[in-house]
Design a protein around this ligand. Sequence first.
Ligand code: MEV
Length: 435
Amino acid sequence: MTQPISGFSKKSKEEKIQWLLDTYFPKNKEAKQVIEQYWNSDQALQQLHDDFIENALTNYYLPFGVAPNFLVNGSLYSLPMVIEESSVVAAASNAAKFWLSRGGFTTEVISTTKNGQIHIDFYGASETLADFFTEIKPKLIESIANIQENMKRRGGGLIDIELLDASQTLEGYYQLHATFETLDAMGANFINSCLEQMAATFEAEANTSKKFDTHQPKVVMSILSNYVPECMVRASVQCKVEDLAQNDISGENFAANFVRAIDIAKSETRRAVTHNKGIMNGIDAVVLATGNDFRAVEAGVHAYAARNGYYSSLTHAKIEDGVFSFWIELPLALGTVGGLTSLHPLVKFALQLLQQPTARELMELIAVAGLAQNFAAVKSLVTVGIQKGHMKMHLMNILNQLEATSEEKKKAIEYFTTTAVSHSAVTKFITSLRS
Ligand code: MEV
């Protein structure tokens, strides 16, 4: 059995790798090479990446692609996308092109408020805590003056802090619920610093207050919330139903099937989850490319999708007076300053590609990416099915698995333009070429 190791993080990168090789790969002579081949020859760039996390060994590549031709509020954008799934960028590009000739995407930031909580235990009379909070509220705000200084100068900062009695849900549980405007920063560090300082002030004041006898309020923890339903964005597309006609499908038929597919995703959890997963294909890809926290976005978006007590579609569609409308509304807490945005060269590149958006503009563009991705997926699903396009894009992965040469790839691509792609069909084709 493998033995635990102490002081691992203090070892040099080489020592860490050697320990892993000795412990887990004693017979695999190639493991070292696998790790080292991803090291960057530019020492400074490698060091930058090593410094992002503890115990960094190497770099994990994902493709950085681009989906052009997004017409958003009258301006053209090329969206940077970091994703491994073969068909996602192609699907986004298709949707962008489809809507380019039909008026493009329209967006609107609905709200930008973020929030965090100081979670409190208190078993005394709730009025006592309420009185105490009213008395010390100005002191709590005053205690974060330094932390807030820059943010306030730019027009952001703490909006309000209020006491919530949650003791009906959980005995003795209260919250100081704080709301913030963090402008172009995602704001996690800012919010957490404010909360921790206000929590310390709260406890210090409680310790010296004469209001409490046997029952003293106690801070359990302080942390921002990744549920941000007051930080909402909307993206939409609209066109005459007849303008949706394609190949041998009438606009009316397509629109009716499309709306039905959305209605199914609204009413049935199993479909809703896959439907929203497709939306997140687009959203996560741009979130990652722009150095934002995709776990925070994912958690917040899915909680929002379940806000009514059941999990439902993030997108909506309708036909009214011969007009087809399709839209998305979702919470997105994003930053275009701070975090990785000024550190990671590819994140800087992605933000430049987007013409240095504000956080509000990035919310809009990322909502568009989600809507476009969903449009492409549902369009395929209600017409030719998903596998045709998906497998066409997956062909190269299968060819690489079979270690096809460039000549074999060329022949395969030509052959499979008119033949359905499957793993066995590609294997058969390559075997026949080789024999
Ligand atoms: C695959 O990554 C995403 C889809 O399953 C989304 C959907 O079904 O709507 C195609």
